[in-house]
Design a protein around this ligand. Structure first.
Ligand code: 5AD
Ligand code: SF4
Length: 453
């Protein structure tokens, strides 16, 4: 058979599946919910993509090459015997490209957007009958109501999407177009899901949203609440030990949420609060609607409420028109905040976003150089932050096995990974350790002789 031929359509209903999620934590969450839904339908997971009868590529569109990557992944799903699995493209590339995907890659059977994946079972049936199975609707009724309840989780940590979408329209960002407008899930739906996760063994929940701290809703008594109210309520769930949230926008950092960091013990001392740039002209061109100073004032107040809080951020270098001096302001704000960790990216023009058409697109070499300088500074701070943990006694929640026998990996309250060798301990244990050494990306600890409460 010619390599360029499209492998024939699978001719039986899929019994096994494999979900491959790219990009953000919300995609990981969506991938898990898809898997649970297919499990409910009697399908079983397969470890390898090519072994599965159905492969779902849960794609990300935030930066360049995502689309090309999807097409090359599709090509790689061809099996040695010339057959292929049923292929679904889900996530933000599916939303942005729609049926263009199945036109360009004939072996794609299903295209399903991030707000429509609760309809996957129907789409699988349609594809099985050889019908077009494309669904990029953003229905008003939430997909969450149509998904099965959460099942027992393999790990003691879980994500829980509490709001989706974004109304901020930063000029570089594709999210408001692929994930739609901001929608908060209801108080009850969130609490029910959290309780189901905890009953299934989860001890730490990370609340998710593109602008998670913009969450609003009515509580059980009909009072309007913000995310701080929700966090306080979740903290009452007995066996839930830790609460985290990501990603936040500086403008939605309410007084109540800042105060909660000082008052709610289960709310972990970690805040991912992206600023993107340290220069006010660039921030304005990005439509961020905050300044470098107003951001720094928020950081100051958060640190007053919770002095040991670890901060994290996102940065974009080489936004259109960014001068050397403007980039220096980004280094300056990093120096002022001293983040525990950061994500930094080269600006990537996204089709359909305002910044993609702006003058002054920055050459690749300039972006490379700026990114290298920024990352060197961020790494320096990250190493200093980790080194400062040596000698500290802290609780870690054991999440997974390490590479060596008897080794387990857990996280500190400040989201640092800690390796411990402790054959008598198990995943899911909260254990007190003494930190004995630190690297750039993880720490090593020894169980302290005094048992954690
Ligand atoms: N180019 C580069 N980085 C981007 N991000 C979002 N859109 C782009 C883009 N077009 C980054 C931002 C955001 C993170 C999730 O991805 O820093 O906070
Ligand atoms: Fe994108 Fe800005 Fe919304 Fe974040 S706040 S998802 S960067 S538009």
């Amino acid at each position: 058979m010619n390599r360029n031929d499209t492998p024939p359509k699978p001719d039986k209903a899929p019994a096994t599946f494999h979900v491959k999620s790219f990009g953000c934590q919300m995609n990981v969450y969506d991938g898990e919910r898809m898997a649970e839904m297919l499990g409910e339908r009697g399908m079983t997971p397969a470890a390898e993509g090519t072994d599965a009868d159905l492969v779902i590529l849960n794609t990300c569109h935030i930066r360049e090459k995502a689309v090309d990557k999807v097409y090359s992944d599709i090509g790689r799903l061809r099996r040695e015997d010339g057959t292929r699995p049923m292929i679904a493209v889900a996530g933000c590339v599916a939303q942005a490209e729609g049926r263009e995907i199945s036109r360009r890659a004939r072996s794609v059977d299903i295209v399903v957007g991030p707000q429509a994946y609760h309809r996957l079972p129907d789409l699988i049936d349609k594809a099985g009958r050889g019908e077009e199975a494309v669904d990029t609707d953003m229905p008003l009724a939430s997909k969450f109501g149509a998904l099965p309840a959460r099942t027992k989780q393999a790990r003691p940590t879980a994500f829980l999407t509490i709001m989706e979408g974004c109304d901020k329209f930063c000029t570089y960002c594709v999210v408001p177009y692929t994930r739609g407008a901001e929608i908060s899930r209801s108080w009850d739906a969130i609490l029910d899901e959290a309780k189901a996760l905890v009953e299934g063994g989860v001890r730490e929940i990370t609340l998710l949203g593109q602008n998670v701290n913009a969450w609003t809703g009515e509580d059980g008594k009909g009072r309007m609440q913000g995310m701080d109210g929700l966090v306080r309520e979740l903290a009452k769930v007995n066996d839930l030990k830790r609460i985290r949230y990501t990603t936040s926008h500086p403008n939605d950092m309410s007084d109540g949420l800042i105060a909660a960091h000082g008052e709610v013990e289960k709310l972990m001392p970690f805040l991912h609060l992206p600023v993107q740039s340290g220069n006010d002209r660039i921030l304005k061109a990005m439509n961020r609607s905050h300044s470098a100073d107003s951001y720094l004032r928020i950081i100051e107040r958060v640190r007053e409420a919770r002095p040991d809080i670890a901060l994290s951020g996102d940065f974009i270098v080489g936004f259109p028109g960014e001068t050397d001096a403007e980039f220096e302001d980004t280094l300056k704000i990093v120096e002022q905040v001293r983040y525990a960790q950061c994500y930094s990216f080269k600006y990537s023009p996204r089709p359909g976003t305002p910044a993609a058409d702006m003058d002054g697109q920055i050459p690749a070499e300039v972006m490379d150089e700026r990114l290298a300088r920024l990352q060197a500074l961020i790494n320096q701070h990250q190493v200093a932050f980790n080194t400062a943990a040596i000698g500290r006694r802290t609780d870690i929640l054991l999440e997974r096995k390490g590479r060596h026998p008897g080794q387990l990996i857990g996280k500190t309250p400040w989201l640092q990974s800690v390796h411990v060798t402790a054959p008598d301990l198990a995943i899911g244990d909260m254990v007190e350790v003494d930190i004995v050494s630190a690297g750039p990306n993880s720490l090593a600890g020894e169980p302290s002789r005094r048992k954690a409460a």
